[in-house]
Design a binder for this molecule. Structure first.
Ligand code: BGC
Length: 392
């Protein structure tokens, strides 16, 4: 089938609601759909109407292997499909080389705007520089691309707030007493977000370590820095280097196993676990749940992946953070549409990427526990109640 990139092209057939364009490839997927109505749809339709010769946007996401990015893919396809556009999302499958090839493919297909969530924030600089040279506007999606001025805009959740919410949850749900073991885990060091999440978590957890309420159980680097309220990037890197999961379930599992094997009785009992996201949280939780010397554990997460929402309902994961991918995808499409219409996109902050202050649009996050899972995720229409068991 003919390969198409996400194409903001309103054809006569689309206007009539007969949406036919579709295609697929190993790394991407293309879908169309009709119906619905949103602000983004209106903006997109206007832009499409303005661009008689067609407008094209390419989307590159890091991997299909984590449900988080399938949520984003679904939202892109829905928003653009609802607006009557064909679209294609390419996945980099954990490889910066594939990511670069994906970007090159999209450039060769004539895109005007690239929306990209980098596999590796620093390595992606070369790919987006190529896009920029080809006259493409680059929107970094969720993860900042660093060390290059080829990033025009950034659409993101408040990632420091994610880390703060995770840390605060552990503080608010701490067992009685002091010297409570705290196990730290982090995301991939190649992802700028891993630093932002850790920064937020450290900000709220560190005072509790410094005053002896918590004791760090699994990172000599963190223990060495436990009296420092604010860490430099290099200091964060030392800790993350030691407790990284690489955003990989298996790495998370084997690190958790190794940590519990090494831990003495004083680091067991009622414990706290800072897990950076849902996929790693489930792996780590499963390990902690089977250790007979762990009496109870509180464990964080983020993304509100379906499997983790079920874990939260079942009491196997303590919290998750809802990052509404509907908003992030809609914001980046709105931004693309503004660019294509020759307008300046709406931004509300900037992020320094070591080369420039990148104008950014930031979205708030919502903490989800057993108590508000229904209100946050079902009543908001993000999931169906029937997708879960034991929901009250
Ligand atoms: C995203 C998280 C995600 C993680 C692993 C981060 O950059 O912000 O939502 O869980 O990457 O893919």
């Amino acid at each position: 089938m003919k390969k198409k990139i996400l194409s903001l092209m309103l054809t006569a057939a689309m206007l009539a609601g007969v949406l036919t364009g579709c295609g697929s490839s190993n790394q991407g997927s293309t879908t169309t759909s009709a119906g619905g109505g949103t602000d983004t749809q209106t903006a997109a339709e206007e832009a499409a109407g303005d661009a008689k010769d067609g407008i094209q946007v390419g989307i590159v996401l890091p991997t299909k292997d984590e449900p988080r990015w399938l949520q984003d893919q679904a939202q892109f396809e829905k928003i653009l499909g609802d607006a009557g556009f064909t679209n294609q999302v390419l996945f980099s499958q954990g490889s910066s080389a594939t990511e670069k090839t994906n970007v090159e493919t999209l450039i060769s297909q004539g895109i005007s705007v690239l929306i990209i969530c980098a596999q590796d924030g620093s390595a992606a600089a070369a790919a987006v520089e190529e896009a920029k040279t080809a006259g493409v506007t680059v929107i970094a999606y969720d993860r900042l691309i660093t060390g290059t001025d080829a990033v025009d805009y950034y659409v993101t959740f408040d990632s420091v707030a994610v880390g703060e919410a995770q840390g605060q949850y552990l503080i608010d749900n701490v067992p009685e007493g002091s010297g409570i073991p705290l196990y730290l885990y982090a995301g991939a060091a190649t992802d700028n977000n891993a630093f932002l999440f850790f920064e937020g978590a450290w900000k709220v957890l560190q005072p509790k370590v410094a005053d002896g309420t918590f004791v760090i159980a699994n990172s000599s680097e963190a223990t060495a820095l436990q009296d420092k309220a604010e860490l430099t990037r290099d200091e964060q890197a030392k800790i993350i280097g030691q407790v990284t999961t690489d955003w990989d379930f298996n790495v998370a599992k084997s690190k958790a196993e190794a940590h519990l094997t090494a831990a003495g009785a004083d680091l067991k009992g009622d414990v706290l676990v800072l897990a950076p996201n849902d996929g790693t949280a489930r792996s780590i939780a499963d390990v902690f749940a089977t250790d007979k010397d762990i009496t109870s554990y509180s464990i964080t997460g983020q993304d509100s992946e379906k499997a983790s929402v079920q874990y939260v309902i079942d009491g196997k994961q303590s919290m998750t953070v809802f990052k509404d991918t509907r908003t992030l995808a809609a914001d980046s499409v709105k931004m693309a549409v503004s660019v294509l219409k020759g307008e300046t996109p709406v931004t509300d902050t900037t992020y320094n990427n070591e080369a420039k202050d990148v104008p950014a649009k930031q979205t708030d996050i919502i903490v989800v526990t057993k108590d508000n899972v229904k209100a946050a995720l079902i009543d908001s229409g993000y999931y169906e109640a029937s997708e879960f068991t034991g929901l009250e």
